[in-house]
Design a protein around this ligand. Sequence first.
Ligand code: ADP
Ligand code: LRH
Length: 487
Amino acid sequence: FAGSVFAAVDIGASSGRVILGHVIEGRAELETVHRFPNGVKELDGGLRWDFDALFAEVLTGLAAAATAAAARGESIASIGIDTWAVDYGLVNAAGDLVAAPFSYRDDRSRAAVARVHQLLDPARLYATTGLQFLPFNTIYQLATEAHLDGLQALLIPDLIGFLLTGQRRTEATNASTTGLFDAVAGEWATEFLSALGLPKDLFPPLIQPGETVGTLLPEIAERTGLTAATKVVAVGSHDTASAVAAVPAERRNFAYISSGTWSLVGVELSHPVLSEASRAANFTNERGVDGTIRYLRNVGGLWLLSECQRTWAGEGYRPELVELLDAAAALPPGGPLINADDPYFIAPANMPDRIRAAVRNTGAVLPEHPAHIVRCILDSLAAGYARTIADAERLADLSTEVVHIVGGGSQNRLLCQLTADATGKRVIAGPVEATALGNVLVQARAAGVVSGGLGELRAVVRASQHPAEYVPARRPAPSPMSSGGAL
Ligand code: ADP
Ligand code: LRH
């Protein structure tokens, strides 16, 4: 397979990219050939994703990938697709998307939660799906749909795969975020579909990471310059599943934080934890690559920060991110904290005001300057990470020695240091593009370029990058001279 490269289409809530991945002699090299912004839009009376624009970016990216590969005398062996979870597009029998997919940030699903819970007790839902309650889980979104007859729901990466190949499948790691997937059996929880009056074949059949979805439709091959024999291979199509697959862990006892728009904080298990205590702590048992369980919580994320930046930019204040982070780092520790998980922060509206209000509710005061808001966000995230890792250790009955931070947020040195301080554990930061790397590695394994399980894939990640390390700040040693209070 010398000379084979793989294309990863990786679209997060804040940006997308098409990346070429080479895996040669146990090392992976990534080359970003196309990058584009993403975000929710007010469209047709709701917060939606501009899917037509996203799909056009995917085609532009694949064309750029074809050109870049050809320039090196290589050919693209396959394409893998991953995006954020939970959301779906509805497709009719003719294969047309009937509307732009809603975003999980649209609040229409909130009203459906009580209705779903009347039909399906939350304890029963958790015992089967093991899914963290989030008001936007697919199950609640589907409960708002008035007409589903003759339609199929395709999760976003599956929708892209369908438009590329004409094949309809549901990739299993992402299926596990719907609230309609049995965490133990690894199959659809069809009894929940029937209880909600949803068609049994609402979702296409499952496919596992590493299996082939299909080959490119002739018109897609023509538009991108790829050959029609190019395969689309299922990867961990839930972006977090691909990111966790590329965590460069050396041993088994590690915690991870996939840090971007959201922070997905947890551990990897071989079996789900479906206890009431786990439900009370709102932990999720999402499916990982190779049937692993991503036992984690969705803790708030850098959405809080990027939304503040958006608001400030609207007011004419546009500092570089690094400038804001440096100013926040210069502030003393011990400032006010908010609960970054509060659903209050889900919608896109004036974030600095909402953070100030949340701080006021705790009885504290946040000074006016943006640096204080940034520091409050990062302190609150780090506190949330520490709490969540401690909860995961307790609930899954294990202990971790190291915290791996991957994704865009792994570049945030202040956040990494605050996380080391709050957890008291060593933090290893990177890769930034773990998601695309996990995507590429699953394709490379399907092509026979690498072999083995997640341990072997992670060894490739370790051989391919230089992570940054953060050690917990040493607490000041108690001084016999100090007048009191020091521990
Ligand atoms: P998603 O996949 O959810 O769109 P990413 O993993 O791309 O998110 O992470 C995006 C976030 O990473 C941004 O909101 C930003 O806070 C952070 N980030 C990106 N670049 C940097 C950087 N150079 N330094 C610090 N943080 C960064
Ligand atoms: C991160 C993510 C996360 C989900 C959220 C909807 O991009 O996929 O794992 O909880 O988006």
